[in-house]
Write a protein that binds this ligand. Sequence first.
Ligand code: SAH
Length: 380
Amino acid sequence: MTQLAPTAEIAAQPSDTRRNLVGLDREGLAEALAPFGVEGFRLRQLWQWIYHRGATDFEQMSSLSKAVRATLADYFVIGRPMVSMHQQSTDGTQKWLLRFPDGKEVESVHIPETDRGTLCVSSQVGCTLTCKFCHTGTQRWVRNLEAPEIVGQVMLARDAFGEWPAPEHDRSLTNIVLMGMGEPLYNYDNVARAMRIVMDGEGLGISKRRITLSTAGVVPMIGQVGAELGVNLAISLHAVRDELRNELVPINRKYPLEQLMQACRDYPGLSNARRITFEYVMLKGVNDSLADAQAMVQLLKGIPAKINLIPFNPWPGSVFECSSNNAIRRFADYLSEQNMSAPIRHARGQDIMAACGQLKSESEKLRASERRKAAEAAAS
Ligand code: SAH
C-alpha cells in the first residue's frame, strides 16, 4: 500500500465566507448568480465550466468577460472537499479520506476493473443502522452529507484522473455506487439532488444505468428512487429469514422481508436486462448453509435478480468469521444450478481498509496513532 500526499486542497477554508458553487443544481446556480446578471446562455456556460470541464478557478472561464470573472471570484469559490488522507492499495484501489469545514470526515473508494472504474460514494458521516457485521455501523451517528459534499466526492475523483472533460473511451471513472458510509435513503433529498447533477448530460454525464444505489431496506423510499432517479437498485439482504435478518440488519424489524420483497417486485423499470442486485455477506455458520441458499431461491422468485456473494471482511472486534471457501462455493454453485446469477465478489483494497463494511474507523484510528507519534516526537 502507498500513502500518498493529499491531492487537492482548494476547498474553501473555514474563514473564507465565499460561497461554494459546487453541488448547486441548475436552479440553485441560477438563483445564486441572478444578482450578478449571469443568466440564460452565460449561466449554461458556467454550469459546463464547473461540471463538464472541472474548472476550479473563474480565471479559466475564457468565455466569460474579465469583469464578470473578477466579480464572481469575490463572492464565490469552486471548491473541492479537502483530502486529509489518500491511500492506494497494491490492487490499484484508492481511498480518499475527506474532511469538511466542520471537521467531519468520510471516505470514498475507487475500484479499477478491466471494463470499468467504480467510485464508491458515502452519503452520511457514520450510520444509524447498526448492522452487526458492518464496521461503519459501530460508529456514533454524526450527520447527513449535503448534496455538494456528495457531488464533491465524484469531482475529486475526476480531478485525480484528470478526466475533465471525461474522455469518450477508457475512462477511469465510469460507474458510481452509493455503497460507502451511510444509508442513502435516510438522506434521500441530498442524494437525489447530487445524483441529478452527476447524471446531467452537460454536467458530470454519468448515466443512470451506471449508478447503483444500495439500501439496507428503507421500504417506503424505494419506489421513489426508481420513479425519480431511475438508477439501479441494490439491496443489502444478508439473511433470507426475518428472525435472522432482524438480528443482522435491524431495520428489518421495521420493514420485514415480505414488505421489502414487494417493494423490489414493484421497482419501476425492472426487467431481465435491468435487475436488482442483492448483496449477501457470507458469515460462517450464520447464513451460509444450503438451506439458506434454498430459501433465497424461494424468496427471490419472480424478481429479476443478481446476487453478489461478499466474503465477510473482518474488522477489529467483529464477532463474525468469513465462511470457508468451500461453503461459499457450495452456496454459489447451488444458486447457479437454479439459474440465478450469483458471482462471488473478491475483496478489493483490504490492505487499506477500503473493502465493504470497513470504511472510516480505521483511518480514524490510524490518524489518532499518527497524532500520538507526532506528539511524542514533539515532546522529545
Ligand atoms: N446502507 C446502505 C449502503 C452501504 S452499502 C446499505 O446497507 O446498503 C455497504 C455494503 O457493504 C452493504 O451491502 C453492507 O451490508 C456490506 N458490508 C458491511 N459490512 C461488511 C463486511 N464486514 N464485509 C462485507 N460486506 C460488508
